[in-house]
Write a protein that binds this ligand. Structure first.
Ligand SMILES: Cc1cc2nc3c(=O)[nH]c(=O)nc-3n(C[C@H](O)[C@H](O)[C@H](O)COP(=O)(O)OP(=O)(O)OC[C@H]3O[C@@H](n4cnc5c(N)ncnc54)[C@H](O)[C@@H]3O)c2cc1C
Length: 326
């Protein structure tokens, strides 16, 4: 396995009610991660000398922005809550990149991106990258959120539509009020196959479909696409489930240190026990020798170790005990 890269927390910013954008800077230029737009990494941090578990996050920065690595994180459980409270300069270990949720510029000439909520992250990296290289690939992003006032990367997506003539975004809002004055193309609904058919028309298999979001969202759209005869190889899926997590905790230097300390303690205990047993034996042997000596000098008598109490001996003449000595 490749050595993890070391990064430090440069900035941490809330970009929605529960979405945190973290920016990391590499420790040295050798630590800069080489990745393809759409891939993810396994990250963990070290806080109060304790390494956190590792979790996977899609990279939102473009592969061109090597001096920084960005992740957008939906705050929910323990890991992400801790992440939110980390001070600037906290150390991170990055493993990866992983995944094949990537555009093949030779195969994917027209792309439909289907995202729900935080599932937009790999697409942000892809759209930034394709805009950076002035790619001819046409992209339509269908982006579903619950409310219109809480759309992560809304400003960034509007900026990208203004610099990339091949990129369009359609926002879907399933709940809450809609501001008709808000810039952009909005539909008050979930993403449905009819919306996709309006874009792809009769050329469904000329497009490649990338889907990322909750499991139900992925399954439903995948099923609907298959139903309109999209070939399975034209559908590429990224699941944010914990079964897809790559745990790299055993790579952590601090964990290695902990393991070494346990091994050292164990070895010290074993040596300690052997040492004490050896000293005990050395102390006991002269007494036994003493007994043999006494036996030799007490004709007719047997000197015997008391088995229940090795420190005590007794004398007998093969029939009855004569005396017991401690
Ligand atoms: C390929 C991929 C890309 C992802 N990209 C993003 C992204 O860009 N943005 C985003 O917000 N989320 C992303 N996720 C999801 C993200 O990894 C999890 O949602 C996040 O770790 C949950 O953190 P939490 O603090 O909410 O909960 P946690 O404290 O991590 O716990 C949530 C629950 O899941 C279990 N769990 C989670 N991970 C593991 C593990 N490795 N081993 C054992 N149990 C585990 C925990 O035991 C707990 O029950 C991605 C996931 C994958 C697989």
């Amino acid at each position: 396995m490749k050595k993890p890269k070391t990064y430090f927390l440069k900035d941490s910013l809330l970009i929605g009610k529960r979405t945190l954008l973290i920016t990391l800077k590499p420790k040295t230029p050798e630590d800069e991660l080489d990745f393809l737009a759409g891939q993810y990494a396994s990250i963990n941090f070290v806080h109060n000398f304790r390494p956190s578990p590792a979790r996977c996050f899609s990279i939102v920065s473009s592969p061109y922005e090597k001096a920084e690595l960005q992740f957008a994180i939906r705050i929910g459980g323990d890991f992400t809550k801790k992440l939110k409270r980390l001070p600037i300069d906290t150390k991170f270990q990055i493993n990866g990149p992983y995944g094949d949720f990537v555009i093949d510029e030779n195969l994917d000439k027209h792309a439909i991106f289907l995202a729900a909520g935080i599932g937009v992250t790999p697409f942000i990296s892809m759209i930034k990258y394709l805009s950076d290289v002035k790619s001819k690939i046409t992209i339509t992003l269908f982006y579903s959120n619950t409310t219109q006032d809480n759309i992560p990367f809304y400003d960034e997506l509007m900026r990208l539509t203004s610099i990339n003539p091949n990129f369009k975004v359609i926002f879907f809002v399933s709940n809450g009020p809609m501001d008709p004055a808000k810039k952009g193309f909005f539909i008050a609904n979930y993403i449905e196959i009819e919306h996709i058919k309006r874009i792809v028309k009769r050329r469904a298999n000329s497009f490649t479909y990338f889907i990322c979001g909750p499991t139900k969202f992925i399954n439903d759209l995948n099923h609907d696409l298959i139903n309109i005869n999209v070939k399975p190889e034209k559908i590429i899926i990224e699941q944010f489930t914990s079964s897809n997590q790559i745990s790299s905790i055993s790579n952590l230097p601090n964990k290695k240190l902990e393991k070494s300390i346990y091994i050292l303690l164990g070895a010290t205990m074993i040596f300690g026990i052997i040492f004490i047993a050896a000293i005990d034996n050395l102390w006991a042997i002269p007494q036994v020798q003493n007994l043999i000596y006494k036996q030799n000098n007490n004709n007719g008598f047997v000197i015997q170790l008391n088995q229940n109490n090795p420190n005590s001996i007794y004398l007998h003449n093969n029939h009855s005990p004569i005396t017991s000595v401690s």
